[in-house]
Write a protein that binds this ligand. Structure first.
Ligand SMILES: Cc1cc2nc3c(=O)[nH]c(=O)nc-3n(C[C@H](O)[C@H](O)[C@H](O)COP(=O)(O)OP(=O)(O)OC[C@H]3O[C@@H](n4cnc5c(N)ncnc54)[C@H](O)[C@@H]3O)c2cc1C
Length: 577
């Protein structure tokens, strides 16, 4: 690890962490910088579907083939991040037979295994499917944890000597004599947030090569280097139910459309999504109609969703890219493929390549292609090994059952801990002292929270994405302060308080879109608990501030007020600009 790495990667999503792991495994001296937490961008706001490729089997067969290939790879190398739920493409009476046949044929053409199920067979598998569905196609879709996967990639990169800097924003791309020679980063202030750089300072990091893996932000980094990258960000909503109404991924078998998929994810089910082009990847309307649409459309497949409890909604922005001259107006028509833009070939600017577009499911393949490209620049022919070497935690997943025995983990809590930790269970769970449950909804114990703090420092949102603590039914009502308590064992009180505030903000950001019925009572209970036991109510009567009722649907106003801030995906605060 040096301050002048061979390769500097910008962006700590699936693409960037995949690239830095691949570079480091090939022996390159690599550094990754991320403006927020790992998964701060789109990767932390996706659906969690490990595509079988079935979704693209009619419209985009090359993508479908890549998906099934990577689906198989990730089941092997990232087994502790994947749940093989299987998926169904469900045909309702109003959906055409012609499309059903096209889907079946498309899957066949792309090598995606299928099975046609009758109404009875599909409902035997998923009893809450609508009674009047016609039939379904079964495919090997799965659920994947993007947080765990990115952290595992970053951990592996570090094990191979890479430097990973979170909370470090690239504010300039350094160009000297017509060539990119590095970047200037601004490190966030605050204790324990980051490891290597200098707190609250700017740092120039010179590198032989720069990779721009900033997804929907790629155009902004391009601007810093003086090149045009035409990213077409497209937003999509996901609404989370408090339980899994289905254990299989349910897709509607119809041509592209909004609100056509339900993904069972850990203790929840995630409904999605919409596809609306937006100008700015950080500032776009989060609209009520999008949430309503999820429930009204998807209850045609699973009627009980109408009555079920939603716990939060969140939005992500697809980093879509359209090669110049294509002229597509409908974002759903923009390809989901990825593009490698070598700025030397494209813009006469050596020293930097951008990678845009693509999917989470194919992140490893994208990383392999870009790493091949970078290695070629260095004349390095080392082969890629990321499809064969398991990620930390997935080295030997069969050990999971042994751990259950070894630690006497018969309870659901123990089972979940071991499932999350995979082959790291031994290292994390063998603790000296007592190991009480910190988060009951997700079954997270103190040992896991402590492990998260050891990895992530004082950022409780980074602990959250590593453990799932505060992501369950009560959305942190009963555990946020316990997490802060664990933090206070290691850090001064003001640091723990600030981290607690950030975690609350991040939880509230999604909850405010689901305030009706039982969830409203739950949110009120949480508020009163925190207000009455910790005096955290910020009561407008006491503080003299106005309640911003508009913020409940549209998000906090971002205006001239320089104090206007909004919470980022991982709970950090983003400036209003
Ligand atoms: C609604 C929705 C649902 C989706 N569902 C699925 C799905 O189920 N399955 C699937 O396979 N794919 C899915 N996708 C696609 C998938 O999420 C993305 O393709 C993938 O996460 C993109 O990863 P990335 O690393 O390229 O971008 P990102 O995750 O956005 O990473 C880019 C990173 O760069 C950082 N960055 C930006 N600017 C700077 C800067 N100046 N300095 C430092 N860092 C910077 C950002 O903070 C960000 O963390 C979905 C996308 C959306 C929007």
């Amino acid at each position: 690890m040096t301050d002048t790495p061979e390769v500097l990667v910008i962006g700590g999503g699936s693409t960037g962490t995949g690239i830095v792991r691949d570079l480091a495994m090939r022996g390159m001296d690599a550094t990754l910088v991320e403006q927020g937490n790992l998964t701060h961008g789109t990767t932390g706001r996706m659906h969690g579907l490990l595509h079988s490729g079935g979704r693209y089997a009619v419209t985009d067969q090359p993508s479908a083939k890549e998906c099934i290939e990577e689906n198989r790879v990730l089941r092997e190398i990232a087994s502790h991040c994947v749940e093989m739920t299987g998926g169904l493409f469900v045909k309702r009476p109003e959906d055409t037979e012609e499309y059903f046949e096209k889907k079946l044929q498309g899957c066949h053409d792309c090598g995606i295994p299928t099975e046609v199920l009758s109404n009875e067979e599909a409902r035997q598998l998923e009893p809450y499917l609508a009674k009047d569905i016609d039939k379904a196609i079964r495919v090997p879709d799965g659920a994947i944890d993007p947080f765990r996967l990115c952290v595992a990639n970053a951990a592996s990169a570090e094990e191979h000597g890479a430097r990973i800097e979170t909370h470090s924003k690239v504010v300039d791309v350094l160009v000297e004599a017509g060539e990119v020679v590095g970047v200037e980063v601004e490190h966030a202030s605050g204790q324990g947030k980051r490891v290597h750089g200098k707190t609250a300072q700017r740092e120039k990091i010179y590198a032989d090569y720069v990779v721009n893996a900033t997804g929907a932000w790629a155009g902004r980094v391009g601007d810093m280097a003086g090149v045009d990258i035409e990213v077409r960000p497209s937003k999509g909503v996901m609404t989370i139910m408090n339980v899994r109404q289905v254990d299989t991924v349910i897709n509607r078998c119809q041509p592209k459309g909004n609100a056509d998929i339900i993904v069972p994810h850990e203790t929840t089910a995630i409904l999605g999504t919409t596809d609306e082009e937006v100008e700015d990847p950080e500032d776009y309307p989060e609209e009520e109609w999008e949430v309503d649409l999820m429930i009204s459309e998807l209850s045609k497949l699973v009627p009980m969703l109408k009555e079920a409890r939603t716990i939060r909604s969140f939005w992500g922005v697809r980093p879509l890219y359209e090669p110049p001259g294509t002229g597509t107006t409908d974002p759903t028509d923009i390809t989901r493929d990825f593009f490698l833009l070598d700025h030397d070939d494209r813009d006469d600017l050596p020293g930097m390549t951008s990678i845009v577009g693509g999917k989470f499911t194919t992140y490893r393949m994208m990383a392999e292609k870009i790493t091949d490209h970078v290695c070629e620049k260095f004349g390095d022919t080392t082969e890629c090994r990321t499809a064969d070497v398991p990620l930390p935690g997935s080295e030997d997943f069969s050990v999971l059952r042994d751990y259950m025995d070894e630690f006497g983990l018969r309870s659901p809590i123990g089972r979940r801990s071991v499932q999350r930790l995979g082959s790291r269970a031994d290292e994390v769970l063998k603790t000296e002292g007592p190991n009480p449950t910190v988060c009951e909804c997700e079954g997270v114990t103190r040992a896991e929270v402590r492990d998260g703090i050891k990895q992530a420092g004082s950022d409780l949102n980074a602990v959250r994405i590593r453990t799932r603590a505060s992501m369950g039914n009560c959305q942190g009502a009963f555990c946020c302060h316990r997490m802060a308590n664990e933090l206070a064992m290691e850090y001064p009180e003001p640091v723990a308080r600030e981290a607690l505030d950030e975690l609350y903000q991040e939880r509230w950001k999604g909850e405010r879109h689901a305030l009706w019925g039982e969830q409203l009572s739950q949110a009120m209970l949480k508020h009163l608990l925190h207000a009455t036991t910790m005096n955290r109510d910020g009561d407008p009567v006491r503080t003299g501030t106005e309640v911003d009722f508009g913020a409940f649907d549209g998000g906090p106003a971002v205006g001239e007020d320089s104090t206007a801030e909004r919470a980022a995906a991982d709970g950090g605060r983003q400036d209003a600009d």
